[in-house]
Design a protein around this ligand. Structure first.
Ligand SMILES: Nc1ncnc2c1ncn2[C@@H]1O[C@H](COP(=O)(O)OP(=O)(O)OP(=O)(O)O)[C@@H](O)[C@H]1O
Ligand SMILES: [Mg+2]
Length: 165
């Protein structure tokens, strides 16, 4: 069951927050696909959680929901991989990245400024384009296959309202 929490003194950009508890891998995949369906294609999704929480697993299902047909693999060593679906998907894993300058120098930050959805695990970027919707997803491992999803969005993003319907 979705729970909408409206934080009364939230920072300017993160004002809507939802919590969702899933009991299984399949429920995580369903949640990711549901989110994928309502994305406009101009979102940056910052996905956090401990090692093994399910960030890549969630992203794979999100990619499926975005109609990506290529195999999605963890970009840990490549830092970023891009895919074509109903919109472009750029999947970052910044776990092994020192800081954002490393990706600027490699030209891998350009995708943030282009059309498409970016999903970033272990984010180290400090700035994002104003016109992009920012969605923060924090996954907490509650058990072997139980996870808590805490999702918040920037004010101009209406996808959580759509997700709750
Ligand atoms: N409900 C669930 N949601 C997500 N993953 C689950 C769930 N239940 C079990 N799992 C398992 O947990 C593991 C999550 O691994 P995954 O690589 O997605 O984690 P990660 O957060 O990306 O880790 P890392 O920080 O190392 O990149 C997978 O083996 C997945 O099958
Ligand atoms: Mg991962």
């Amino acid at each position: 069951m979705w729970q909408i929490l409206l934080a009364n003194n939230a920072e300017k950009i993160y004002n809507i927050c939802m919590e969702y508890i899933v009991k299984s891998l399949q429920e995580t995949q369903e949640l990711a696909k549901k989110l994928a369906k309502i994305l406009n294609g101009d979102e940056i999704i910052l996905i956090s959680g401990d090692l093994g929480a399910g960030k890549t697993t969630f992203t794979k299902a999100l990619a499926e929901g975005l109609e990506v047909t290529d195999l999605v693999t963890s970009p840990t060593f490549a830092f970023m991989r891009e895919y074509s679906g109903r919109c472009k998907l750029s999947h970052y894993d910044m776990y092994r990245v020192e800081d954002e300058d490393e990706l600027f120098e490699l030209g891998l930050s350009d995708n943030l400024y282009e059309a498409g959805v970016c999903v970033i695990e272990w984010n180290k970027f400090t700035e994002f384009p104003d016109e992009k919707c920012i969605i923060r997803i924090e996954i907490t491992k509650l058990g072997e296959s139980e996870r808590n999803f805490d999702i918040s969005t920037s004010t101009e993003c209406d996808c959580l309202e759509k997700l709750s319907i």
